[in-house]
Design a protein around this ligand. Structure first.
Ligand SMILES: C[S@@+](CC[C@H](N)C(=O)[O-])C[C@H]1O[C@@H](n2cnc3c(N)ncnc32)[C@H](O)[C@@H]1O
Length: 291
């Protein structure tokens, strides 16, 4: 690394969460500095958000990974790629990430193609995906993926980490694969933090009225549950068990939604559920008590 400035390139960049992590690592003094050499994203909304969040120009966006050629890439110390998970995730159809499958998740193999094409390979590559990638259904493909990386010269370390164990109030398990070129030290994943955060700790105390979508009134039923009705649309009702709310976790349901998982209400005294890519108005909600 030149003058301790980490040169970074990301693929499937989304809104650039790992880039945000690098910003925090710099702020907290763990790294001296980093420089974004390029990113690669095709979704126009993600691109706009990425540029706004990281204050950079779209010129650095290389676009569709399939049209990138390794020999045109600038040198980077670190590549990061959280490749699409729709075809691996339990929330999707699980069509797989085999490189012949032509699924969105098979795009992860494009990074291996680029690692073969590029002359000066990045010292570190981090892949990220849903934990389901280690399940029996996908483990053979994952092993082939890892074998290819080892053949290219990388030493691999992998683990499933949960965001809730690292100061984030969300139970979100993710698989991380860290590849280090010509590694001579042993990489150790960071230890879990002992103090867990709850969602409430992150919520702003005063929120402008314009952010409220609706007003609710509630009655208490014979079992002590609070039944909330949307004042504007009286057909929408939610049932909240107050003691479960205080304990955190799932504390109630949307009485108009028959689909069990999406009808759940989560307490802000606990963890947020894993948000899905297709989050819609009907999806699970978080109950926040006004102070
Ligand atoms: C799982 S998300 C990655 C999220 C990212 N780690 C973040 O911090 O926001 C996968 C991303 O890959 C992008 N993508 C899908 N196909 C792509 C392609 N052919 N080339 C580049 N990006 C692609 C999607 O638009 C999506 O934003």
């Amino acid at each position: 690394m030149n003058n301790n400035i980490i040169k970074v390139g990301t693929f499937f960049s989304g809104i650039g969460a790992p880039e945000k992590a690098l910003e925090l690592l710099k702020k907290e003094g763990y790294i001296k500095d980093y420089k974004l050499e390029f990113f690669s994203e095709i979704d126009k909304y993600a691109i706009r958000s990425y540029c706004a969040i990281h204050n950079i120009n779209n010129d650095l966006n290389l676009g569709d990974i399939k049209s990138i050629r390794g020999n045109n890439l600038p040198y980077c110390d670190l590549w990061i790629g959280g490749f699409p998970c729709q075809d691996i995730s339990a929330a999707g159809k699980m069509r797989g990430f085999d490189f012949k499958s032509a699924t969105r998740s098979s795009l992860g193999w494009e990074m291996i193609r680029l690692l073969r094409e590029i002359k000066e390979k990045p010292k570190y590559v981090i892949f990220e995906n849903v934990s389901m990638i280690t399940s029996n259904k996908f483990k053979d493909t994952l092993n082939l993926f890892k074998k290819d990386l080892e053949e290219i010269g990388y030493t691999l370390y992998d683990d499933i980490l949960c965001a809730a164990d690292y100061g984030i109030p969300q139970s979100r398990k993710r698989y991380f694969l860290v590849a280090i070129l010509n590694d001579c030290k042993r990489f150790i994943f960071p230890k879990e933090m002992t103090n867990k955060q709850c969602l409430k700790n992150f919520l702003e105390k005063t929120v402008d009225e314009k952010y409220y979508l609706t007003d609710f009134s509630f009655i208490i039923d014979e079992k002590g549950n609070r039944i909330f009705s949307d004042i504007k649309n009286n057909n929408i009702k939610y049932k909240v068990n107050y003691s479960k709310y205080l304990n955190g976790g799932v504390c109630g349901k949307n009485l108009n939604d028959n689909f069990n998982q999406s009808s759940r209400l989560f307490s802000s005294m606990g963890m947020a559920p894993t948000l899905t890519a297709s989050n819609t108005a009907n999806n699970c909600k978080i109950v926040v008590e006004e102070e």
